[in-house]
Design a protein. Structure first.
Length: 545
């Protein structure tokens, strides 16, 4: 998803599921699961997949690596055992050709130039070159602060109105959100801002790294040498037409505003309050050179299909996604160089596998066909889901996507956090499924994180297909929330996301069963899911999809 890439560059156990439904229509997903005496077996089955995929031998499952292929073969074998039919084009595997690129820091540099005097920045300490939006070359240009780089006409927001960015570099306060704007609206505003930047004539962008990011600056900077990738069939210039994209550390951000109309401290305070930010030219230039190396790689999605039972609906497909890839290896931290990705996202793949087993033994089978898709390249810009959604290797239209990514079963499953709850009538399905098991459904309590467009569901959303992303939920300011924040600080995209961490296996088991309930709801509904008329992601002609 292209607008996401721009934004990134800029910027107490629950009742069990058994027993309550004794209806005549046969065995449901809830009835098919184990009774309480077998709870440990269900938890062990899920955990066995997590431990296999997050094992050190998988070397972090980087897209295009031999270890990712090994993980893909593991998932394909699990799909086969569950009784899914292969639908990837090459058995269960859908090839995803990639173009891989790396920054060559020995031939790259970033410096500020003030009154003709250079002020060099140290790559990895002061700044990082953002590979997703950078092309090889040199930029020497003045800077313009564009606030949050948002465009939301309905809210009276246009951070590009009246600015001339031709031949200039835009400076963006990343990770900010206006007061009262929910997650999907913020995602749309960032996407529209990205499009405005693309058409502005700007030659670069500098994102000011948020001081309270999920990822500490040091961990983000350490990942700067990891390769980035794009789909081979995309043109080299696909994406924002900037020559260079730079991320500036929080410690260095104030330097840009020396002598400017507003100080960085003042702007940061405004951003924290949700107030609108001013826009103005900065009394400094940036001179940056980016040297890149590129090569080709081949990765794979894994696709298994459970055919539907209804002759009238079996040619329609509900797609379930979770990403298989993680970050591979990097510079050692306390002797550990493997980004195992246990929660991100071996946990989601394990749920995909267990859901396949649950749904496949449901009687009768779901009316619609269900495609189980372990996608590659999520960590590099949703590449595998983009390839699947663009050219789905299944014989019928996709009516909806349900995605699981880093759903974090580290708290009891009392609440289900649903990204996209306000956008389509999939909300009715998830509420019915959750109500049967006594789980409260909530919307995203942290809309500023932009999670609605940060994982594979967005590859479907931007093609007009309703989609949801599901996580174990929490309320702001609770011990559960603090546990999630601590996990992000200590483990997110770090070597500490491994199988030695504490995990609530009961929560994972209950999440898996609730997920199967939701699959049944969507696959059996008489009509296709549809966007609400108020959704900012609703296609102009919804009937065309």
């Amino acid at each position: 998803m292209r607008s996401l890439l721009v934004a990134a560059a800029l910027a107490a156990a629950l009742p069990l599921f058994a027993c309550s439904r004794t209806v005549q229509r046969g065995t449901t997903a809830a009835d098919a699961v184990q009774p309480r005496a077998e709870e440990a077996g269900a938890a062990d089955a899920w955990w066995s997949h997590v431990t296999a995929l997050a094992d050190d031998s998988m070397l972090g499952r980087e897209a295009g690596s031999p270890q990712h292929r090994k993980a893909a073969d593991y998932v394909a074998a699990a799909f086969r055992r569950a009784g899914l039919e292969p639908s990837g084009g090459e058995g269960y595997l859908q090839p995803v050709p990639l173009r891989r690129r790396r920054v060559v820091e020995s031939r790259s540099s970033v410096m500020l130039v003030r009154d003709g005097r250079p002020e060099p920045l140290v790559l990895g300490t002061d700044a990082a070159i953002n590979l997703r939006s950078t092309r090889a070359g040199t930029v020497d240009a003045p800077l313009v602060f564009v606030g949050s780089a948002l465009v939301a006409p309905a809210a009276g927001i246009d951070d590009f109105e009246g600015l001339d960015l031709r031949g200039k570099v835009a400076v963006v306060m990343s990770g900010t959100s206006p007061r009262g704007m929910d997650g999907p609206a913020l995602a749309a505003a960032r996407g529209a801002g990205g499009a405005a930047l693309q058409g502005s004539g700007a030659v670069g962008v500098i994102g000011l790294y948020p001081e309270r990011s999920d990822l500490p600056w040091e961990r983000y900077a350490a990942s700067r040498l990891h390769p980035q990738m794009r789909l081979v069939h995309q043109e080299p210039g696909h994406g924002p037409p900037t020559l260079v994209a730079i991320t500036l550390s929080p410690a260095q951000a104030a330097r840009l505003f020396t002598g400017a109309p507003e100080s960085y401290a003042r702007l940061a305070a405004l951003a924290d309050s949700g107030a609108a930010l001013p826009r103005f030219e900065l009394p400094v230039r940036v001179r940056a050179t980016a040297a890149l190396e590129e090569d080709d790689a081949l990765s794979h999605n894994v696709v298994g299909v459970l055919p539907g039972s209804d002759p009238a609906l079996r040619n329609e497909f509900l797609v379930l996604t979770a990403h298989l890839d993680h970050l591979g290896t990097g510079e050692p931290v306390a002797g550990d160089s493997i980004f195992n990705g246990a929660m991100d996202n071996a946990s989601g793949i394990a749920t995909l596998i267990e859901t396949a087993a649950i749904v496949a033994r449901t009687t009768p089978r779901p009316r619609r066909s269900v495609a189980f898709v372990a996608v590659t390249g999520e960590e590099h810009g949703l590449l595998g889901s983009d390839a699947f959604a663009e050219r789905p290797p299944i014989p019928g239209p996709i009516v909806a996507d349900l995605n699981t990514d880093m759903y974090l079963p580290i708290n009891p499953l009392r609440k289900l956090l649903v990204n996209g709850l306000e956008e389509s009538d999939l909300a009715d399905d998830v509420r019915r499924a959750a109500a049967r098991v006594g789980v409260e459904v909530i919307t995203d309590p942290e809309p500023e994180r932009n999670a609605f467009v940060r994982s594979d569901q967005f590859s479907f959303i931007r093609r007009g297909i309703p989609a949801l992303s599901l996580k174990v939920g929490f309320s702001l300011g609770t011990p559960e929330h603090e546990r999630v924040l601590q996990w992000r600080r200590e483990r997110y995209h770090g070597v500490e996301d491994e199988v030695t961490q504490p995990v609530d296996r009961q929560a994972a088991t209950e999440f898996n069963r609730l997920y199967a309930e939701l699959v049944e709801e969507v696959a059996n509904r008489p009509t296709r899911p549809s966007w609400y008329p108020t959704s900012q992601f609703r296609p102009q002609a919804e009937g065309t999809r």
